[in-house]
Design a protein. Sequence first.
Length: 395
Amino acid sequence: MRTLNDFNFKDKKAIIRVDFNVPLDENFNVTDANRIEAAKPTIDKILADGGSVILMSHLGRPKGAEDKYSLRHIVAKVSEVFGVPVQFASDCIGEPATTAAANLQPGQVLLLENLRFYKEEEAGDVDFARQLAALGDIYVNDAFGTAHRAHASTTIIAQFFATSKCFGTLLAKEIESLNKVLKNSEKPVTAVLGGSKVSSKITVIENILDKVDHMIIGGGMTFTFVKALGGSVGNSICEDDKQELALEILRLAKEKGVQIHIPVDVVAADDFSNTANTQIVDVKAIPEGWQGLDAGPKSLANFKEVILASKTILWNGPLGVFEMPTFAAGTIALGDYIAEATANGAFSLVGGGDSVAAVKQFGFEEKMSYVSTGGGAMLEMLEGRTLPGIAAILE
């Protein structure tokens, strides 16, 4: 696996695919600079070597060149985070980009305009990739969030850099962290899978059953399993057409010696609302008109025991509707248990949109071993797929 450390960037121009698809407010101020900050170690290494940096990214889903999606809006924030004045090219190919790249001196940083102003980017167009490639000497992919897409700047461009291509610090860390769970894990390994639907997690479950010792099922998925086992789930979310699948998962897990842990009690509500009436009920006996919206205290005690005995923990998906404070206690408790296990030496990886959001919201980010930056990309790796953006560097 070629990383930044395999290269000296002195007098070289590194063209780097970053993921600066950051949220902006109505005045075009960056409201969350996490993705920009995540790229800083890569930029620092190249500049310290005496190289220069050409950054390419997309922003939003523009239909052609729309100013509201121009990357010029983030130049000030990128300059502030990197601690160097960032130049801006008003196009990502053509004369503006070529001239700006040609004039770039060691120690300088250039940001190209939004790649998705060209439909060729998402189409994986070879000629578009060739024009991007011509701007730099070494290609660095540091955008895990887009590594699962075979776009011009994430995958196709790599073919123009036979030996001068590598992973950036962030992408290398993502691969290393996932491999730590999927390939080089210390046992016992526990996967916590939450979220609302079994159907969206089925390939993940199938792929990781061979790699884990314990699997905690939480969130709305719980009720498909409970109903399949003959329980009454009231008005809880449930995929009736996936009950056979749930039973098949339980059968497979038993065959492979994996212990599945399903909530035994839940916080039930008479309405999907933060102000609903609530009661703690047995997960198999939720009254009609009531729905389970969070894990109950007995379930949490069971999960705590499993997590504190684990050496490797994967967390993908919340235990309840944590966006409503009334139903956030289970997810917060789970975060506490994983943080405690991590402090005791376990390796914990958090990934997938909702669990990452929960970790950030409740202040667990610094207490986990690694928090992934790519939702879709991480899920595809957990499903056992080879991501095109990663394969292109390894070729």
